[in-house]
Design a protein around this ligand. Structure first.
Ligand SMILES: O=P(O)(O)OC[C@H]1O[C@@H](O)[C@H](O)[C@@H](O)[C@@H]1O
Length: 283
């Protein structure tokens, strides 16, 4: 397929990458995982995504960092014993195809599709695409269409790892209401204000939160807009990062995951389509 001029293809470690460079931003996408790895808007030339220096970039494991695509289940919520099926589903460990590319003066658009959408744990007919728009903002749209004759239910997330200077100087704004705390056996709690980080944080905020800001040292750094979500997940493993093979002990200091997600189950009737959208905008 001929790609538009703002995209260059490179290969490393057996993986294929798309490097995007246009007037407004640069970005990098791995076809393994349909995974956005980097987004640098030219308005301030600051990287918005965190990629672990120890990420496996050889296809052996999901990539730690960037924007993993979780589908058709979130975490280990696949109805079987933990570990029996892959955490966060089976899209982030397969090689995606390029469906189309397009460019305008404002942005580069790339549409990708996974090689397969039916595997153990999800035996339904559907089409999935990931559309990535790289411009003054980065917009990622995960679309799921039921092409079968029976309804199905699924969960999904755009599990974005945001780069921050230092987690203890980072705060989130725009999140309110209750959340389920995975570190406290899913106890339901009230969102803290201010929303700062001092320990392992693994929360499912139970609302379709549309706008969140990541503040660094009291200044808005990145706006995270979500559409089509029923929840927002916030994760930082803190010193537990030391036991994660593709993070180092101090990796947690420079990242925070803010994930636009469906965690409560979305039912799609035959021919129905749902899109989960996350937009990352520099502030
Ligand atoms: O190690 P994984 O499978 O990429 O998951 C990372 C984290 O992803 C988060 O979304 C979950 O809330 C955490 O519980 C989990 O640890």
């Amino acid at each position: 397929m001929t790609l538009v001029d703002s995209i260059t293809v490179s290969e490393a470690g057996g993986l294929t990458f798309l490097d995007i460079e246009n007037d407004l931003a640069s970005a990098k996408i791995s076809l393994f995982g349909g995974h956005v790895l980097s987004y640098i808007p030219k308005s301030d030339n600051q990287e918005r995504l965190w990629l672990s220096p120890h990420a496996y970039l050889n296809g052996e494991r999901p990539i730690r960092g960037g924007i993993p695509v979780c589908w058709p289940w979130f975490s280990d919520d696949h109805g079987k014993e933990k570990g029996e099926l892959p955490s966060h589903g089976f899209l982030r460990t397969q090689t995606w195809k390029i469906v189309s590319t397009e460019e305008t003066g404002e942005a580069t658009h790339i549409v990708l599709a996974p090689s397969f959408t039916r595997a153990e744990g999800f035996e339904y007919d559907c089409e999935v695409t990931l559309s990535v728009t790289v411009g003054a903002s980065l917009t990622v749209t995960l679309a799921t269409k039921n092409t079968g004759v029976v309804p199905f239910e699924y969960n999904c997330a755009l599990h974005t790892y945001f780069q921050v200077d230092h987690i203890q100087k980072t705060a989130l704004t725009g999140i309110a209401g209750q959340y389920k705390d995975k570190t406290q056996n899913w106890a339901v709690k009230e969102t803290p204000s201010p929303y700062t980080f001092h320990q392992e944080t693994d929360r499912i905020h139970l609302a379709a939160i549309a706008e969140t800001y990541i503040e660094v040292e009291g200044n808005d750094f990145t706006q995270v807009s979500s559409q089509g979500n029923d929840s927002l997940v916030v994760w930082n493993p803190w010193q537990g990062a030391a036991s994660i093979s593709d993070m180092d002990a101090f990796g947690y200091k420079h990242m925070v995951c803010v994930e636009s997600a469906i965690t409560g189950g979305k039912t799609l009737a035959p021919q129905a389509e749902h899109t989960l959208i996350q937009r990352v905008s520099p502030k």
